[in-house]
Design a protein around this ligand. Structure first.
Ligand SMILES: [Zn+2]
Length: 501
């Protein structure tokens, strides 16, 4: 076999993996959106068979030899993108191979069941119903970390690496302590002058039908191609990309809050834009997708916060608000902007304002570290959760539905993902500062002509897919290493202006 033939064989293998991934994700999306509650039993059976087949198709001696051959002949591969493909695929192969097949299948089926158990437990405020399955998931994650990297001194570091290559607890401890020392004083200052911003201007009843029109407006503003991306409804908004030609996003409607839905659409829409914008030739290869989870969150946050929560965007969209919701007729643009940016410690992460958001992430970070690397028991989670909310946000958690059961990440087996949200916030500000050197950002957002912003991001970030590690991508995009200072400066400036500090 020569190198050209081997590369062709690898491409064929990658396409088959994508096909299995497509089928399995489609079943999962169906399960999370429109499928009836008890369908998880039949779906679990199908997912078990598909995951077993896809495992056998990828993990075998034939693949092992192929990837070994290509890895030892990297210099003979001309295209750097194909070299990277080999490296990424070999890494995935090595990781998958170290998981025993029966455990892999068992874990896939466990997560499928956990989703349904978590939904019920959350609805019933019944953590004890969720506890046994969560214990199994935590135990699995500890095992997975040991399989992946038996030599690592921190299992949690190994899991973090799954979402953001190169990120460690040592780095995150420093990052979060920097955020904490910038955010906490601001939160305290704002608490003293809370009534300077009037939230009541956006309070009322906002019919879901009208909100659906607003969702479409937000999708149009983001110039999301409706032939490649559709919006669904679900308990916990998410984005699933089957490939760059079929991306599903979801939102949730509350009739007492029209902004929550709009920002969900802009957040998930940001993920979708990234997923639809990598280079065509990366489709169905290991280079498809985003550079890392934090980089992905940087883009969802970019469109949700830096665009959506800006004064320019609020002025642009306010006529639509007033047209859809007559109770807003008398509200000025500035009043709407301030109300949309009220900062106050609250219970739910996904509904948190930009300032307190990272405090929610810090709570989860502390707990995950303790569960995976420390000796904290799943049984103690609700109590620990509540005490960290008291410590970081200064509030009492009234029930587990609005506490430890609020997120879907742990039932989905994602330990190590949460820090990506805070890192993503910080990336987004550094990227924005670089973008502003080339593009009239305020002008684009205010006029609704956001094409130059999207084009710049595509050129600097999206088109590369997974070609670069996140640290390298930040450096290539911004011309300097990662610096959280852009994020803390932004928060200080924005909230000092809104609250007149
Ligand atoms: Zn997101």
């Amino acid at each position: 076999m020569d190198i050209k033939q081997a590369c062709e064989k690898m491409k064929k293998l990658e396409r088959r993996r994508w096909a299995y991934g497509h089928a399995m994700s489609l079943l999962s999306v169906d399960g999370m959106t429109v499928a009836p509650a008890e369908s998880y039993m039949g779906r679990g059976e199908t997912l078990g068979i598909l995951s077993e087949d896809s495992y056998d198709m990828f993990i075998n001696d034939d693949t092992g030899e192929l990837l070994e051959f290509l890895s030892s002949n990297l210099d003979g591969i001309e295209d750097p993108a194909v070299r990277r493909e080999v490296v990424l695929l070999k890494e995935e192969y090595d990781k998958d191979r170290c998981i025993p097949k029966d455990e892999y299948v068992e874990y896939t089926m466990l997560l499928n069941e956990a989703d349904a158990v978590w939904h019920r437990a959350k609805a019933d405020n019944d953590f004890p119903a969720f506890e046994p399955i969560l214990e199994k998931i935590v135990a699995f994650n500890r095992k997975i970390a040991e399989w992946y990297d038996p030599a690592s001194s921190s299992r949690y570091d190994t899991l973090l690496n799954e979402y953001d290559r190169g990120v460690t607890t040592a780095m995150l401890d420093g990052f979060f302590s920097r955020l904490g020392s910038a955010i906490s004083p601001l939160v305290k200052e704002i608490a003293k002058v809370q009534d300077r911003v009037d939230h009541s201007v956006i309070e009322g009843v906002f019919p879901i039908e009208k909100q659906r029109i607003l969702s479409r407006k937000a999708m149009d503003y983001l110039q999301i191609d409706p032939k490649r991306c559709v919006l669904g409804e679900t308990e916990h908004p998410f984005t699933e990309s089957f490939n760059k030609y079929d991306v599903r996003i979801t939102t949730k409607y509350h009739d007492d809050d029209f902004l929550d839905n709009m920002y969900s659409v802009m957040h998930e829409g940001g993920h979708a834009i990234y997923e639809m914008s990598y280079a065509d030739e990366y489709s169905f290869t290991s280079l498809a997708g985003g550079a890392s989870c934090a980089m992905h969150e940087s883009q969802s946050r970019f469109w949700e916060n830096l665009v959506g929560r800006s004064e320019e965007f609020i002025s642009y969209i306010s006529p639509t608000f007033r047209e859809l919701f007559p109770s807003l007729e008398k509200a000025t643009d500035r009043a709407l902007y301030e109300a949309a940016n009220v900062s106050m410690p609250t219970l739910i992460r996904t509904e948190a304002d930009e300032l307190t958001y990272s405090l929610h992430v810090m709570v989860r970070y502390e707990l995950e570290k303790a569960l995976i690397d420390g000796d904290m028991k799943v049984h103690d989670l609700p109590g620990e959760w509540n005490s960290l909310y008291r410590k970081y946000l200064g509030i009492e958690v009234p029930d587990d539905t609005r506490g430890v059961l609020q997120d879907s990440h742990w039932s989905g087996g994602s330990f190590g993902y949460f820090p990506s949200y805070a890192l993503g916030n910080a990336y987004s500000l550094q990227i924005l500062s670089s973008l502003k050197k080339d593009v009239d950002f305020s002008g684009c957002v205010a006029s609704g002509n956001i094409a130059p912003v999207k084009d710049w991001l595509t050129e600097k970030i999206y088109r590369f897919g997974r070609l670069m590690d996140p640290n390298d991508l930040i450096e290539s995009c911004c011309g300097e290493k990662f610096d959280a200072g852009y994020y803390t400066d932004y928060l200080e400036k924005k909230y000092s202006d809104i609250y007149g500090l």
